[in-house]
Design a protein around this ligand. Structure first.
Ligand SMILES: Nc1ncnc2c1ncn2[C@@H]1O[C@H](COP(=O)(O)OP(=O)(O)O)[C@@H](O)[C@H]1O
Ligand SMILES: [Mg+2]
Length: 138
């Protein structure tokens, strides 16, 4: 059976965060990402899935897709929730900014770990964060 190259997973519980991590670890390894990139990608998944669970006050979903370019492999991840939204996205991206008394390193960390991050958020409607990472195809 061919490796699955796209899918989605709900984010409704602590356990779903673990499932998201495992799913993306397997998909990234199968796609041919090196272990350093796999670790970066899984760390980003952890932070973004946890943010949905902890901050949104609502359910969410992770969608993922493996991308192909000549000589390159990529992964596209989307985290969507239907929660309270982020009033000031630039502020939320700052190192150390948190509304939960935690580290406030999640979003700034994800920006460093991934090649691209895009945040769309509307207060009272929800948040969609997409990230992308590219690596050399084996
Ligand atoms: N999905 C989300 N919904 C609502 N607010 C969010 C979401 N993700 C992040 N935030 C806001 O951005 C802030 C910074 O997030 P982050 O950098 O991961 O740090 P931390 O999770 O430690 O607070 C959070 O404290 C929260 O206010
Ligand atoms: Mg966080």
């Amino acid at each position: 059976m061919a490796n699955q190259e796209a899918g989605e997973n709900p984010i409704k519980s602590e356990g779903d965060i673990v499932t998201c991590r495992k799913l993306i670890r397997n998909a990234a390894v199968a796609a041919g990402f090196g272990m350093t990139d796999v670790t970066r990608i899984v760390t980003a998944v952890s932070e973004l899935a946890r943010n949905v669970y902890v901050h949104s006050g609502s359910d969410g979903v992770m969608r993922w897709e493996i991308l192909h370019q000549p000589g390159q492999i990529g992964i596209h991840l989307e985290f969507e929730d239907y929660g309270k939204g982020i009033p000031d996205v630039d502020q939320a991206m700052e190192v150390g900014f948190t509304t939960a008394g935690t580290m406030g390193m999640g979003l700034s960390g994800v920006k460093r770990l991934m090649d691209d991050i895009n945040i769309k958020s509307e207060v009272g409607v929800g948040t969609t964060i997409t990230v992308e990472k590219w690596g050399r195809a084996k």
